[in-house]
Design a protein around this ligand. Structure first.
Ligand code: ADP
Ligand code: MG
Length: 546
């Protein structure tokens, strides 16, 4: 940059890296594509899993796009933007994350050749925007109304491809039961479904409990195992004598004052238990510790007690039982207590858990997951979690589309027709958008070891030749043929597709609009994946330009 006197004006700090115009665009596109390439092999039911090992050696085995992207450290600012798409998709729908990212990558790939032939990025982004609006319209047009049978298929589609040991039938029933149980005014409140995992048994042993299950046993063997008509004190404070703040030493010299000191401690603990008992509680669920002596007094009074609950458990219990979380035992009264028909310790495998059932608020359920190993159960948990979300939005919206590439092919065909009606330079971008949609069936096919070119041709032919039903034809992975996916029961919620297309388009456009990357020295923006410690500034520096 030069001022009037040809004197260079230094705007940027020394060491700032800058790339402009096509160079910047191609760099960003390459980074975004690298992210999409990382997860594309997981797309579809025949997609592969990834094993992720973090810096301390913890292993995650997953097929879930957003999980993979959350685990790996992405450093390039444009790559980070793509990772954000996966997170948005996950927040909004709980599914379709791989689809959204793969589509974003492909939109950018398609725009590369347009940029090369000097189509201005603004024209491309306009075209993409028009095409995505059209896509959403068309998706609504080809969506179908749901019923119970379809909801079940949605659950199964969401579970297939995840390593759930062939138990998708059983798990989908549980998922639907849980989603329906937590419905409130047309909304499925996923937060009210609690998932507890216990290693052991097989996935088929997974079951649902109407109420809350916590992974704690009662603290004392002489406490009752079972309390009916439970009045529950939810304690956020310990049932222990407060330890002195500083490491103070109390020196006691004669046995008499020793005895007095202990007696006083005893009395304090007894008073705590008495206060709780007087309020009418027969169950104490405590977030902190419970002193041995307090345990003993509770057992004597027939009170069930568990300690060291997670805060989230305590909060869930407060919601479910209508109890208040108590911070100070001396203030506890009858109306602070939660209510449940039954509090019971039950054995799961070789361990004990506490079941709080028949709660005041029946809209709280728990799923107790069983499975051979920690890793298996983690993946089952993710799968179930996603399936609950997907079933939830299906129940809420009441609309689904066929899966297996059917909607993408239908949109590709109709959007490319639409392109010619728009004309002008935007037409090229709209055509590129249509072409990009084909990446979904292409990749599902590729991941199943089926020839992708064949697949696209078969699907397009079916969509063009089969009249109105043609729109539901997707790829049958067993035969490699085009098949009516409504009949084959491969369906997905409409919202998963609309959201995937919307966010993929948004991020592609956002990246395409950047023509200048100014990165402070610490960031190394030309390397798509890398050390997180070098992250931050690159992204921060870009903020103002988007
Ligand atoms: P995402 O993270 O995008 O949800 P998935 O790995 O779950 O990725 O794959 C979703 C894609 O797989 C969707 O296009 C869906 O229609 C397709 N799909 C799901 N089940 C089947 C099936 N049985 N046959 C063919 N395609 C399927
Ligand atoms: Mg999925």
């Amino acid at each position: 940059m030069y001022g009037s006197g040809n004197q260079p004006i230094i705007v940027l700090k020394e060491g700032t890296e800058r790339s402009k115009d096509k160079e910047a665009q191609f760099n960003n596109i390459a980074a975004a594509k690298a992210v999409a390439d990382t997860i594309r092999s997981t797309l579809g039911p025949k997609g592969m899993d990834k094993m992720l090992v973090d810096t301390i050696g913890d292993v995650v085995v997953t097929n879930d796009g957003v999980t993979i992207l959350k685990e790996i450290d992405v450093q390039h600012p444009a790559a980070k933007m793509v990772v954000e798409v996966a997170k948005t998709q996950d927040d909004e729908c709980g599914d379709g994350t791989t689809t959204a990212v793969v589509l974003a990558g492909e939109l950018l790939k398609q725009s590369e050749s347009l940029i090369d032939s000097n189509v201005h990025p603004t024209v491309i982004t306009n075209g993409f925007k028009l095409a995505s609006i059209k896509a959403i319209e068309l998706l609504k047009e080809i969506s179908v109304k749901t019923d119970d049978k379809i909801i079940k298929r949605v659950a199964i589609t969401a579970l297939t491809g995840k390593s759930v040991g062939g138990e998708d039938e059983h798990l989908s029933d549980l998922v639907i039961k849980a989603a329906k149980a937590v419905m409130d005014e047309g909304k499925v409140n996923v937060d009210n479904i609690k998932i507890e995992k216990k290693v052991g048994g097989v996935i088929k042993d997974t079951y649902m409990v109407e109420g809350i299950v916590i992974d704690k046993e009662r603290v004392h063997p002489r406490m009752p195992k079972k309390v009916e008509n439970a009045k529950i004190a939810l304690l956020a404070c310990p049932m222990e004598i407060k330890k002195t703040e500083m490491d103070a030493q109390i020196s006691i010299t004669d046995p008499a004052s020793m005895a007095a000191f202990l007696a006083e401690e005893e009395a304090t603990l007894k008073k705590m238990v008495d206060t709780i008992k007087a309020a009418g509680a027969n169950v104490v669920l405590c977030q902190k510790g419970v002193d041995d002596l307090a345990q003993h007094y509770m057992a004597k009074q027939g009170i069930f007690g568990a300690r060291r609950l997670k805060q989230t458990d305590l909060e869930a219990l407060a919601k479910a039982t209508g109890g208040k979380i108590i911070g100070n035992i001396s203030e506890v009264t009858a109306k602070d207590l939660g209510n449940a028909k039954l509090v019971e310790e039950r054995s799961i495998g070789t361990e004990e858990m506490t079941f709080i059932t028949g709660c005041v608020n029946p809209k709280a359920v728990s799923l107790v997951l069983r499975g051979g190993t920690e890793h298996v159960m983690d993946e089952v948990e993710r799968a179930i979690h996603d399936a609950i979300r997907v079933v939830g939005i299906t129940i809420e919206d009441g609309k689904v589309v066929a899966g297996a590439g059917a909607p993408e092919i239908e949109l590709a065909l109709r959007i490319s027709e639409y392109a010619s009606s728009v004309g002008g330079r935007e037409q090229l971008a709209i055509e590129a958008f249509a072409k990009a949609l084909e990446i979904i069936p292409w990749t599902i096919s590729e991941n199943a070891g089926i020839d992708s070119i064949d697949t696209i041709i078969k699907l397009k032919t079916a969509h063009e030749k089969k009249g109105k039903d043609g729109r539901y034809y997707g790829l049958d992975l067993d035969t490699g043929e085009a098949v009516d996916m409504l009949k084959k029961n491969v369906v997905e919620p409409l919202r998963v597709k609309t959201q995937a297309i919307t966010s993929a388009t948004e991020v592609a456009n956002m990246i395409l609009r950047i023509d200048d990357v100014i990165a402070s020295r610490r960031a190394a923006p030309m390397n798509p994946m890398g050390d997180p410690s070098m992250g931050g500034p690159g992204m921060g520096g870009m903020g103002g330009m988007m």
